[in-house]
Design a protein. Structure first.
Length: 258
């Protein structure tokens, strides 16, 4: 695995907004104890109810945060990719994890022991003054997301989810100058959450309106402005702003597989 040197690990840690707050001396200390780890596909790193022992940084791959629902379904909270971190809350609390963290694909991670991080905060108490605002901002964003989902219709939740995914480069690929999100309808349904059948009907309606197009595990946004209107709860669409596909173009590819 690359990044075996302490210098390489420092450069990786310096890419993370949170760790940049620590300063060069602390980053050098973290790099000495950071462990590089290859995680195979479908490996669960943290179970619901665990007290995590590490803070993780994703070098490459994808880690999924999810929680089981009372009806047996899985709620996918987030898919994390290169540059993302998780289990940071253990820096300030000993509460058990409320989510599973599992690798979606073979992934390379950097992990740092929570106990070492605690000693760093003991040694540099002023770091807390820099880090706490970061966590407050993250908590506020999470609260807004939950409140928005609880109060919104399926179309609004689904549009918001797709737009949020476009802000994460590891979910994206260029497709005919449009933005395509590689995700199955089953996973989309778990993120909203809703049944796959309802997500399928919503995507069909959006294809009829030329907002999006679904094709074998990828959703392409054809009209971002209109989709943003849906995310805001606006039901009307200005047809003059819609993307009209060329004659003969397929509007719907029935998703036989996920």
């Amino acid at each position: 695995m690359a990044l075996s040197s302490a210098e390489g690990r420092v450069k990786q840690l310096d890419k993370i907004r949170l760790f940049r707050l620590f300063g060069q001396d602390v980053l050098n200390e973290l790099a000495k104890v950071a462990i590089l780890r290859r995680v195979p596909k479908n490996k669960i790193l943290t179970h619901v109810g665990d007290i995590p022992n590490y803070v993780y940084y994703i070098i490459q791959g994808k880690i999924r945060l999810s929680a089981p629902l009372s009806d047996g379904r899985e709620f996918i909270y987030s898919d994390l990719g290169p540059g993302d971190t998780f289990d940071l809350t253990r820096l300030f609390t000993t509460r058990c994890s409320n989510m599973n963290a599992a690798s979606v694909v073979d992934s390379d991670l950097m992990q740092i022991e929570i106990s070492f991080m605690t000693r760093v905060f003991d040694k540099y108490p002023d770091l807390a003054l820099k880090v706490i605002p970061y966590f407050c901002e993250a908590t506020h964003d999470a609260q807004e997301r939950v409140i928005h989902s609880a109060a919104s219709a399926l179309s609004t939740r689904l549009a918001s989810t797709l737009l949020r995914l476009t802000e994460r480069p590891h979910n994206m690929a260029a497709v005919d100058r449009a933005r395509s999100i590689h995700i199955s309808q089953t996973d989309l349904a778990a993120m909203v959450p809703a049944s796959r059948a309802k997500v399928n009907r919503c995507l069909r309606e959006w294809e009829r309106r030329h907002l999006t197009q679904y094709d074998h595990g990828s959703v392409t946004i054809l009209n971002r402005a209109a989709l943003e209107s849906v995310a805001l709860g606006e039901v009307g669409f200005d047809r003059s702003t819609m993307h009209i596909p060329r004659p003969g173009a397929s509007l719907w590819h029935a998703p036989g597989g996920q």
